[in-house]
Design a binder for this molecule. Structure first.
Ligand SMILES: C[S@@+](CC[C@H](N)C(=O)[O-])C[C@H]1O[C@@H](n2cnc3c(N)ncnc32)[C@H](O)[C@@H]1O
Ligand code: SF4
Length: 466
């Protein structure tokens, strides 16, 4: 990786621009408020017919005690525990409502609790919420049950209770171990704290432990981040997510507090990514998709070998279920060909759920062209390749005819992903090359029908691709 840096720097100028992260296609920017409670109910009825197909489920628990300056998640910051307690009552009602619309489809193969910080709640409260889920839904024997925990507020007791409930996966925020960086982002978290929690989680039998890192934070340099990577490697997490800092102050006003002058420039950011890839692959990790790494023993590495990695709002996943139901404020479901997003506002959420209605704010119903493009983008993002024959068979299209303009853009002589060696294109395959992995978002952007209209205006919409 490091030997290619010089040419990569030249690519920066061409490819470092605003673009989506493609946790969905179409992206959330296309969601509109024509998708309502009624639409959701119809979709759930259709979903319910596939009684034997397992579901994915996501619960959003948005509370945190303090705000990290870099945070782009949908969070509610409050030290007042009673606010969070009221929320739990409402989520339980939403789970009941969901179950009443899915009388026959009650098996879950993948459940994730995210946030915010689920372990903001007490172990007893988490147990109560879990009981509400299992009152209606059951899990497949090999179900993945994952939860996001912030080491700063997570006790051994939290871990013990979560494990006893059946959770087998943990995801922890780390971001960076350097003190100066931690101070700049208002998140002080010692290496020892994280390490002790991981050791305890392993003793308890969690089978997959993930840590999140972010590159591109204020005051990060190649030296400081290399030290963070060395410390992170000693934790031997099963999975590592190394996110590019999405700096979106126009969407998240608190990010305006970040000193822009302290942010690493794009060439440093790219060097941080290259160092991350070198560090983890050099230590035996497999690179997964755009920004993840996994030990060869982890299911995620195996999914890469079998080309079965998938991507949804929960990130990269190894289980491909057709439908994802989501509960909680701002949560996004993917149900029978439609995305549905709950309101981000707590009062609206309480009001809707209290009245026995789904708190849907907006969503999107996919058409056939969306489905085709979604498949192409997901394959490229997850598996870094596309098998033309399988797309043609799946959607009954002639690939080169259907995507003629896109193929032209990809392969144009002079400046194009193929000319820049990011990608190879043949009659039967598209293959993202190792250097192209850093720019895979740019390659996917060529297949995004909505992007030109969304990036034409003066107002920024997406974070930058590097
Ligand atoms: C919900 S948090 C994880 C759980 C817990 N709240 C914590 O912080 O430890 C999800 C992760 O998203 C990542 N993240 C948040 N804001 C981000 C941003 N603006 N750019 C890139 N990654 C971000 C962080 O790595 C964070 O750990
Ligand atoms: S603890 Fe996690 S969710 Fe909460 S503000 Fe920090 S990064 Fe965001």
């Amino acid at each position: 990786m490091s030997t290619t840096i010089t040419s990569t720097l030249q690519l920066l100028e061409r490819y470092d621009r605003p673009g989506p992260r493609y946790t969905s296609y179409p992206t959330a920017i296309e969601f509109h408020n024509g998708v309502t409670h009624e639409v959701y109910v119809e979709r759930l009825a259709l979903m319910n017919r596939a009684a034997d197909a397992p579901l994915s489920a996501y619960l959003h628990l948005p509370f945190c005690e303090h705000r990290c300056a870099f945070c782009g998640c949908n969070v509610v910051i409050t030290p007042h525990r009673e606010v969070a307690s009221r929320y739990l009552d409402a989520v339980e009602k939403e789970i009941d409502l969901l179950a009443s619309h899915l009388p026959d489809r009650r098996t879950v193969s993948q459940m994730h609790w995210g946030g915010g910080t689920p372990t903001y709640y007490t172990p007893a409260q988490l147990g109560r919420l879990f009981e509400r889920v299992t009152r209606h839904f059951s899990f497949t024997p090999d179900a993945e049950l994952g939860v996001e925990v912030d080491p700063r507020v997570t006790s051994f007791e939290h871990l013990e209770v979560l494990r006893s409930l059946g959770f087998n996966r943990l995801s922890m925020g780390v971001q960076d171990f350097n003190e100066k960086v931690q101070e700049a982002v208002n998140r002080i978290q010692s290496y020892e704290l994280t390490r002790d929690l991981i050791v305890r989680a392993r003793e308890l039998g969690f089978t997959s432990i993930n840590i999140d890192l972010i590159y591109g934070l204020p005051h990060q340099t190649l030296d400081t981040f290399t030290a963070t990577l060395e410390q992170a490697l000693t934790l031997r997490a099963d999975r590592v997510a190394a996110y590019s800092f999405a700096f979106v102050p126009w969407m998240k006003a608190h990010m305006k507090e970040i000193d822009v002058a302290a942010l690493p420039p794009p060439e440093t950011k790219l060097a941080l990514l290259a160092a991350t890839v070198d560090a983890f692959t050099g230590a035996g990790y497999r690179q997964i998709g755009m920004d993840h790494f996994a030990l060869p023993t982890d299911d995620m590495a195996r999914a890469v070998d079998t080309h079965t990695l998938n991507r949804n709002f929960m990130g990269y996943t190894v289980k491909s279920t057709s439908d994802l139901v989501a509960a909680g404020v701002s949560a996004i479901g993917d149900v029978h060909g439609a995305f549905v997003q709950n309101t981000k506002k707590l009062p609206e959420y309480y009001e809707a759920v209290g009245a026995g209605r789904f708190p849907i704010d907006r969503g999107y119903e996919l058409n056939r062209d969306d489905e085709i493009r979604r498949h192409v983008i997901t394959e490229l993002m997850c598996n870094f390749r596309l098998d033309v024959a399988s797309v043609e068979a799946r959607f009954a299209i002639d690939f080169s005819e259907y995507f003629a303009p896109e193929l032209e853009k990809l392969t144009a002589s002079g400046e194009s992903p193929v000319a820049d060696r990011l990608l190879t294109v043949s009659a039967d395959r598209l293959d993202v090359q190792p250097i192209g992995r850093m720019f895979v978002r740019n390659i996917c952007m060529v297949f995004d029908k909505y992007l030109p209209s969304r990036t034409a205006g003066p107002k920024p919409v997406f974070s930058r691709t590097v």
